[in-house]
Design a protein around this ligand. Structure first.
Ligand SMILES: Cc1ncc(COP(=O)(O)O)c(C=O)c1O
Length: 386
């Protein structure tokens, strides 16, 4: 059904009667072998949404999640699932690039994506050239005859710069260059990537889709020109996503809108409180004016989520470590997007642009009471002697 509001799509999406029977949820269908009635049936088999063939091509559990995610990006042709968010970036790049090609990459790209470019792509003589995340339509000046793809991530990792995605996508379209956006922070609830002109929108579903810090999962939602290519290549590469993990993705998706609204509200309260603290310099939250690209966020996004970064003014790394170690409600660990709050000292790696600040601390604001989180940060500032 098209035209229904996004919260309804999150509840209804992918829950076809033929897949769920009388249950509310499409169950976990675990399968390698699919049995056919006869040879005709065998030869007529899938692949494709709703067509059983072999475990690699998925079961109803996968199709339900793919269909629900596709509905969130009007104009998309389909969604391919991956065993992690990183795989949802790396597999489309492996599929669409050839030796000698060039790829443009924002300088604040998620670290392991940069590493993939500098190791596996480099070995294949695919060259990553890094650009200032704030380049906007100036990206046109970086394109050469070898440029085949532009990677985007908005807001970008650690320093949160918001990119002018529609401007970059428009330049790329004109030059017939594929665009791949890591849309994990916003999800399609806060930024509709395909509608903004992006060809492939990637989610680390490990974060807000899963929402409970208990699953590794990725998804790439693509326009008609690219969906079939990346789907077929996923089978060629032999990447199978566990049906249990796909099921956890669907389970998380049903409540994603309400969780995101709470993450947004609490993160804004904490960010605004931090802004008033004497120990804090820049607060790099896309909804606050300190964040580079804030005006673009206001123009393009429906809201904000729970992840942001702030600068500990004048502190050294030892003071930063003491501050982080003193927090009680914030777990120290990688990833984000779960129901729980997290903290990480972060040091961006840049090659062509300067980070807006140094001595940074990244917070993911979870679903705890914001007053408790603020009290915890307050006592950690005291402990760190700041
Ligand atoms: C922006 C972004 N993209 C992609 C990923 C990778 O996702 P995964 O951990 O599922 O591989 C992460 C993980 O932290 C991330 O922060």
């Amino acid at each position: 059904m098209t035209g229904r509001k996004i919260d309804t799509g999150l509840v209804e999406g992918g829950r076809r009667k033929e897949w769920r029977g009388r249950l509310v949820n499409v169950p976990v269908e675990r399968a390698s072998t699919i049995l056919f009635d006869d040879v005709n049936d065998l030869h007529a088999s899938g692949p494709g949404l709703g067509k059983y063939r072999y475990g690699l091509q998925g079961t109803a559990t996968h199709w339900a999640l793919s269909e629900a995610l596709t509905e969130l990006e009007p104009g998309a042709a389909g969604t391919v699932l991956y065993p992690s968010g990183l795989a949802a970036v790396s597999a489309p790049l492996l599929t669409l690039l050839s030796p000698g090609d060039e790829l443009l990459v924002p300088d604040n790209i998620y670290g392991p994506t940069r590493r993939f470019c500098e190791t596996i792509l480099k070995r294949m003589t695919i060259r990553a050239r890094y650009y200032d995340p704030l380049v906007g339509s100036g990206i046109a000046g970086m394109i050469t005859d070898s440029t085949r793809a532009i990677l985007l991530e908005s807001p970008g990792s650690l320093t949160m710069e918001v990119q002018d995605v529609p401007a970059i996508a428009a330049v790329a379209r004109e030059r017939r260059i594929v665009t791949i956006l890591d849309n994990t922070w916003a999800t399609p609830l806060l930024f509709r990537a395909i509608g903004a002109g992006v060809d492939i929108s990637v989610l680390a579903a490990t974060k807000y889709v899963g929402g409970h810090a208990d699953v590794m999962l990725g998804a790439a939602t693509a326009s008609g020109e690219y969906f079939q290519k990346i789907e077929t290549a996923t089978w060629d590469l032999g990447f199978a996503t566990s049906p249990d993990d796909a099921w956890l993705g669907s389970r998380g998706l049903r409540t994603m809108a309400v969780r995101l609204r709470q993450h947004e509200m609490s993160a804004l309260r904490v960010a605004e409180w931090l802004k008033e603290r004497p120990e804090v310099g820049l607060v790099l939250h896309p909804a606050l004016p300190d964040c580079p690209g804030h005006e673009i966020w206001k123009r393009d996004f429906e809201g904000s989520s729970g992840l942001f970064t702030f600068e500990l003014k004048g502190a050294d790394t030892a003071v930063r470590a003491k501050f982080v170690d003193s927090l009680r409600l914030f777990g120290i660990g990688y990833s984000w997007g779960g129901y729980e709050s997290l903290v990480l000292p972060v040091d961006p790696v840049r090659t062509v642009s300067k980070p807006p600040a140094s001595n940074l601390v990244r917070l993911h604001i979870g679903l705890e009471d914001a007053d408790d989180l603020i009290a915890d940060l307050d006592q950690a500032f005291d402990q760190a002697g700041r």
